[in-house]
Design a protein around this ligand. Structure first.
Ligand code: HEM
Ligand SMILES: *[C@@H]1O[C@H](CO)[C@@H](O)[C@H](O)[C@H]1NC(C)=O
Ligand SMILES: *[C@@H]1O[C@H](CO)[C@@H](O)[C@H](O)[C@H]1NC(C)=O
Ligand SMILES: *[C@@H]1O[C@H](CO)[C@@H](O)[C@H](O)[C@H]1NC(C)=O
Length: 406
């Protein structure tokens, strides 16, 4: 689809924050020419605009309320979740139960229930606790709310939240966040960052299967799909104009004097979400990811720098997966999703050992979650992951939450 190609093409250039509005404006112009004219890829569903059902309430209890960091409020790398907390769709302190993250991303943005459930539960398993819904997990860094409450539930160490989930959820080469190593943090907006910039600047750059192929590419497809404003004229993909994009990304001011305010992501007034029944489902996300990858193969290339800048080497997927998957056939059939989620299942037991005294419960929740998402793909199982493949990449050794990459 033209608009996404453009969005991605623009995103591939390293830009300063001052370059952001020009890019947004060009993207918006292109979007307004192309979206709406582009039929859904399945070409079957007619999309009906229902203004009353789609208008997102940002008044009263849902009026924008910025975080109070001194009081311990948490905001992190995800502008979608930060905005939900700022509008009290999620707890304002930024610590939320997965069921609420599921519910609110579906009802406020029109995220598909399949992706929403997976992403929300995944965060609980790896960045907080799946053992208890209360208090949930942090959409930013570690929170004092977790203390005491998780004691006695078999949670090892302090859950690190989404910001602390480097190489598990949070990834290098995010669309607009620093790499953890080069930026000192992985959650503040920098500019359009991308793969090549990370290769050129981050000796510890690493792009992992789930964190890279799913979480990082989601950062590119989610804004045009779910932050664009829907209307009778553009009921399917909507229009993502500069002011709306700036609002969701917490950027204010005129083009020549832009300011980024950490944590102030805002849902604009008069914003219409995706049509009811036209939610952004996993199949569409996979189509977008495959489409990105057909132009920018690096977006599905697992690997990283080997300790110096510009030393990028891809991982040999055949060797990694015992010959079950190969890089050259990832875009065939369901291979991409199968590779990502089967390698996740193969790597997870080791990672979970670091977080739970008894990892079997979280592991079976993860397995159920993966089965719900891709159970009908009949994916070949990876019997054992040759993690020796990661040894040459310093960026794959330094997860802030302990060993293992996902
Ligand atoms: C189900 C709940 C969700 C969870 C648990 C979640 C989590 C995350 C995480 C961990 C990242 C960091 C990925 C990276 O480092 O590259 C991220 C990035 C991002 N998320 Fe979400 N997310 C969710 C839903 C959404 C929704 C509904 C939207 C849009 C409406 C959204 C928009 C974004 C964007 C644009 C980025 C990239 C930010 C950047 O790099 O500047 N997310 N999300
Ligand atoms: C989601 O939240 C809305 C509004 O708070 C509520 O009406 C609805 O019942 C919730 N749905 C689920 C599945 O929890
Ligand atoms: C969304 O589109 C509608 C219809 O064109 C418009 O009235 C509304 O102001 C737009 N909202 C935003 C946030 O741009
Ligand atoms: C896989 O890679 C390792 C080095 O990481 C090498 O020793 C081994 O021979 C390779 N195995 C296969 C089957 O290619």
């Amino acid at each position: 689809m033209k608009s996404f190609l453009l969005y991605t093409a623009l995103a591939a250039f390293p830009l300063t924050v001052s370059g952001f509005p020009r890019v947004a404006q060009e993207a918006a112009l292109q979007l307004s020419r192309s979206v709406g004219a582009v039929p859904r890829s399945n070409g079957k569903r007619a999309v009906m605009f229902d203004p009353a059902a789609q208008l997102v309430d940002v008044t009263g209890a849902h009026a924008f309320t910025p975080p109070d960091f001194d009081a311990g409020d948490q905001r992190g790398p995800c502008p979608g979740l930060n905005a939900l907390a700022n509008h009290n769709y999620l707890p304002h302190d930024g610590v939320a139960a997965w069921i609420d993250i599921f519910n609110q991303t579906v009802s406020v943005y029109g995220l598909g229930e399949d992706i929403a459930a997976f992403l929300a539960v995944y965060g609980a398993i790896f960045d907080g606790s799946i053992v208890s819904l209360d208090p949930g997990y942090s959409i930013g860094g570690p929170t004092s709310l977790d203390e005491n409450i998780l004691e006695g539930l078999g949670i090892l160490g302090t859950p690190q939240g989404l910001s602390g989930s480097h190489n598990k959820y949070e990834s290098d080469a995010s669309s607009c966040r620093y790499d953890l190593y080069t930026g000192g943090n992985d959650y503040k907006l920098i500019s359009l960052n991308m793969f090549l910039k990370s290769v050129n600047e981050n000796p510890q750059f690493f792009y992992a299967p789930f964190a890279g192929v799913i979480a990082s590419t989601g950062g590119f497809s989610f804004p045009p799909r779910m932050m664009s404003n829907k209307s009778a004229e553009y009921p399917d993909n909507g229009i993502l104009d500069k002011e709306v994009l700036k609002s969701f990304f917490s950027i204010s001011g005129p083009d020549d004097d832009l300011t980024y305010t950490y944590g102030h992501e805002q849902i604009p007034a008069n914003f219409y979400r995706r049509a009811i029944g036209n939610e952004y489902i996993f199949a569409e996300f996979l189509e977008d990811t495959a489409m990105f990858a057909s132009y920018f193969p690096e977006m599905i290339s697992i690997g990283g720098n080997t300790g110096t800048v510009d030393s990028y080497a891809a991982i040999d997927l055949g060797n990694l997966t015992g010959g079950v998957y190969e890089a050259t056939t990832l875009l065939e059939g369901n291979n991409l999703a199968c590779f990502v989620f089967e390698s996740l299942l193969a790597a997870a037991p080791d990672v979970l050992k670091g977080g739970y005294s008894d990892p079997s419960g979280p592991m079976s929740t993860l397995l159920d979650n993966v089965n719900t998402l891709i159970g009908n793909y009949a994916c070949p199982t990876i019997e054992s992951l040759n993690e020796g493949q990661f040894a040459d990449y310093p960026g794959a050794q330094t997860t802030s939450t302990g060993g293992g990459i996902l």
